[in-house]
Structure formats: C-alpha cells, structure tokens
Design a protein around this ligand. Structure first.
Ligand SMILES: Nc1ncnc2c1ncn2[C@@H]1O[C@H](COP(=O)(O)OP(=O)(O)OP(=O)(O)O)[C@@H](O)[C@H]1O
Ligand SMILES: [Mg+2]
Length: 497
C-alpha cells in the first residue's frame, strides 16, 4: 500500500515539529553564513524536512583556501582557475568574514595584528555588468539578517560602502573602470579582486596594505592577464627565491560539481566552447600555461628550506657551458631512501679552471663534505679532436686531482624531461624530487620553461634553460643509492710488514 496522497491530519507533535523546522529554515535562509559547515545530525534531519539545502560546505579547493587563510604567514592568495569553480562565492564570504573578524560558522577568530575595525576593498569589473549583477548579490547572499548593516550608494547607484555596525568595519566596492589614481591614498586590511585587475590598479591598492600588513585575494579565471601569473602567482623575492607568502589555489570547474553546479550543466556549457577555451574555462589552464614543460612543479610542495645533506647521500653534478653566458652548475643529491634534492647551484662567469674550483669549494665546504657520484658536462665542452686545452680537459684536470671523474652528458632531452616530471610527481602520488630554496635559478627556470606552441619543442621562450638542462641530464643518470664502501679491518689479523 502506498502512502502517496495521505492527507491524514498532523498530530500535535508533528505540527510542532513542522512549525519549529519552518522557523529554523527561515532563520538559516536569512543567515546562510552560519550554515557554511557540516550540519549536525539533527540539523540534517530538519534540513531534509524542508527539502532545501541550507547548509553549504566549501568545495575542496575553497576548503584549501579557508585553511590557508588561518596561517598568518600568507599575505597574497590566489584562487584562480575554471569558470563556475566558486571563486566569487568564496571571495565574498571571506570579505564579509574579515569585517566580522571571525568565521561565523564556527566562531574562530581570523588572524589580525590590530584591534581596529577592519577595512576591506572589493574590486570588481564593470558597475552594471559585473558589480551590480554578480558582486552585490553575492554579498547579499552571505550577509546575515541578524547583523545590523549600513550601506551607502555611490554615483552609479550601487551600494558601494557596506558598514558592519557591530564592529564598525567597512567594505568598499570599486570598479576596474575607475582610473588608477582613485585607488591611491587608502589603507586597509584586505583587497579582493573578483576577476583580474589591470596592473596599475593592483599596485595602487597594494600600497594601502603596507601600514596594516594587509592581504590580497585574487579570484580570477585567467584568460589573458599573463602578468598575474608572472608577478603574483609565481612572485619572487629580490634574490630570486620564491615568495612563500603567496598561497595559490587552482580550481577546475569540476571541483564545484555537487556543491554549486552539476555535471550536466558543465556539459552544456562545454558545447559552447572552442577546444582552447575549454582548457582555460573548464580546467583553469590559460593557454599560456598549457605549454609549461614542468606542469607538475608546485613551489609550495617542491621547494624546501635547505638542510644538511647526509654524508652518505650521493651527489651528482651537472655543468652547462656556453662561451658567452654565465655557467650553470646544478648539484643533485640522492639520499638513502631514494629521494632527490637539488642542493646547490652555481651561476657565474669565469674561465673553466675557476668554475671547476668553485665546484670543489662547494663539495669540500665544511658544512657539505659531499660524497660525489658522477659529474657530467655539456657535450659542447669537448672539442672534436683530442686537445688538452679544451674546456672539458681543463675541468677534467682540476676535478681529477680530487678523484672526481668527468663524463659527457646525454642529449636525450625528451626522455630527460619526462623523467624529471616523473620525479616531481611519482606514481605513488607524491614528489620524490625537491629543490632547496637556496637554488633560485633552478626554481625559476623549472617554473618558467615553456614549449614553443608551434613546434612543441621545449625552447626558451624569453627564458633561459641552462639549469633545467642540467637537471634533466642529472635525471637521465638515474642514480640509485648504494652504501658507501667501507674497509673494515677490525677482523683482520695484525701483521708485521
Ligand atoms: N561551496 C559551495 N556550495 C554551494 N554552492 C556553491 C559553492 N561554491 C559555489 N557555489 C555556487 O556555484 C555557482 C558558481 O560559483 P561562483 O559564481 O562563485 O563561481 P565563479 O568561479 O566565480 O564563476 P565565474 O567564472 O562565472 O565568475 C554559484 O551559483 C554559486 O552560488
Ligand atoms: Mg565569479
């Protein structure tokens, strides 16, 4: 027997429950930010009774961003990637939470170095097409009805200033259509960009963050603004080392399936796109990134603070030589457990003898005392005929006097690159190759090297590739760790000679 169409009157208990759920559902709808978390069992039952989704959890990439937000060492956050990945959703949520000073869903305080009301700037694109249509609705979606709010309109009729009356904190909405000088002369705690700003607007806003040690959040689908990739996502310190105060999240449209969107919705959207647009808009890979030679390299994962290489690790050395450019030398250690670390690099002008001596200086430094495996050099260093004054012979002589032999490196570029990529991310879903933060040139070139879009050859498009060349040649050596030979004479009988 079916219960469908059962119109039996509710019992008083059922009515009380239904009334309670209705009150509660209305409260949750008006105060969604409190429900940005896993519901309790009772809440789940009540939510099911309303037939509406009142609790929204962050999708996995949004969760990464929220976790990193609690770490005070990060100052610049990028949440970039495909369309509909939930960028505006999380940006507006973080913007309001900054005003409140805490995540309202679990009452955890956000890290601030002061106790003043907070000031947030939210930079959108066009007033009508983007700010009115996307940003204001997102801010309204999150703002809790139980929280007093004062808004002020600007000349465009947009509610451009939002003041949280409970804390006195303010959020100011601006548009990239405004000229860059109106962005100057401000100071605050956070700037959020929904979609990429022109560079001069970013510079003007960033100045205003200095006083309060503020933060930046870029929520963007990167279609053409390559400067954001270069200067923000891959930001470097003045000495060339990666700027580790930057936290990057890359989202794909698929990350938001089951949260804000459906697979069917994506398939429909996908039909309207050209193949190269799909990479950018669905997978979050702008065309300038789909040609990266080492796409698996992530500085958060692969750059390690330098540590003392164990004495039994095997250190291989690769030398790249050009008559007119600086020399590039890379040292790669293989430890007992098979992990590999780029532990030193040399980037200097000098004659072959000088470079060989620099190599010895590193090897024999009291903090290193490396156990050397193999040392290889660019085939160019060996001039065709036997000649004891070519680059190869000079270096061979200097290193040979310290019992280090020199070989010519392999030129098998394609396999070398594949091997480096396999080491950066192994079949066990983990890296087995890292780079010390004291090797900025190696890091820079791994991050920047791109395939030429036409020939698909790894050419140096405006970037040098000497260090990556050294690295893939080292990978081709495929050095496996083995125990150092030790001559144990304790069991031998002493004898008189
Ligand atoms: N964690 C979530 N839970 C539920 N819904 C979500 C979640 N994240 C995003 N959404 C919803 O998914 C849709 C896409 O999100 P949003 O607009 O933030 O994406 P976007 O990356 O900014 O997209 P676009 O590229 O179009 O700017 C919206 O309807 C949003 O409300
Ligand atoms: Mg958006």
């Amino acid at each position: 027997m079916s219960n469908t169409g059962n119109t039996a009157p509710m019992t008083p208990q059922e009515r009380a429950f239904a009334d309670q759920v209705a009150i509660w559902a209305k409260h949750m709808q008006d105060n969604r930010i409190y429900g940005f978390r896993l519901p309790t069992e009772a809440e789940r039952v009540a939510e099911a009774a309303t037939g509406e989704r009142l609790f929204m959890q962050p999708n996995p990439r949004q969760a990464d961003l929220l976790t990193a937000w609690m770490d005070p060492k990060y100052k610049v956050f990028t949440f970039t990637g495909g369309n509909r990945g939930g960028k505006t959703f999380i940006g507006s949520c973080i913007g309001e939470s900054t005003l409140f000073g805490k995540w309202l869903w679990d009452d955890v305080r956000l890290p601030f170095k002061h106790r003043y009301p907070r000031k947030v700037r939210y930079v959108g694109q066009g007033w009508e097409s983007h700010i009115k249509a996307v940003i204001i609705p997102a801010l309204k979606f999150w703002w809790p009805a139980n929280r007093p709010l004062e808004t002020k309109k600007n000349n465009q009729g947009v509610d451009a200033i939002w003041k949280d009356l409970a804390t006195g904190s303010t959020l100011e909405i601006m548009s990239t259509s405004q000229s860059s000088d109106v962005f100057e002369g401000w100071h605050g705690d956070l700037v959020i960009y929904d979609e990429p700003p022109p560079r001069d607007i970013r510079v003007a806003c960033a100045r205003g963050l200095i006083d309060r040690n503020g933060r930046e959040l870029f929520c963007a689908t990167l279609l053409k603004e390559a400067w954001i990739h270069r200067e923000v996502i891959k930001a470097r310190n003045e000495d060339g080392t990666p700027d580790l105060s930057v936290f990057n999240v890359t989202c794909q449209i698929w990350d938001n399936v089951g949260y804000g969107i459906t697979k069917e919705g994506i398939e429909q959207f996908s039909k309207s796109l050209k193949p190269e647009e799909r990479a950018a808009r669905l997978d979050g890979k702008p065309s300038y990134m789909s040609t990266l030679v080492f796409p698996r390299f992530q500085r958060e994962l692969h750059v390690k603070p330098a540590f003392k290489i164990p004495l039994d690790a095997i250190v291989d050395i690769s030398i790249d030589f050009h008559p007119s450019k600086k020399w590039a030398v890379v040292f790669l250690a293989t430890t007992r457990n098979g992990f590999k670390y780029v532990c030193n690099e040399i980037w200097e002008h000098g004659n072959p003898k000088y470079i060989a001596e620099q190599i010895l200086r590193i090897i024999e430094h009291k903090d290193n005392q490396y156990r050397i495996g193999r040392c290889i050099i660019d085939p160019l260093a060996k001039s065709g005929t036997d000649n004891d004054s070519d680059v190869y012979s000079i270096i061979e002589q200097v290193l040979g006097s310290h019992n280090i032999s020199l070989d010519v490196a392999s030129k098998d570029k394609d396999n070398g690159i594949a091997l480096v990529n396999n080491l950066l991310w192994t079949e066990n879903d983990m890296p087995s190759l890292w780079v010390f933060d004291t090797c900025p040139m190696t890091i820079k070139q791994i991050e920047d090297l791109m395939y030429d879009a036409d020939s698909l050859k790894p050419t140096a498009v405006k970037v040098d590739d000497d260090f990556t060349e050294c690295l893939y040649r080292l990978a081709l050596l495929d050095t496996q760790w083995f125990p150092p030979k030790s001559f144990d004479i304790s069991n031998q009988r002493s004898m008189m000679l």
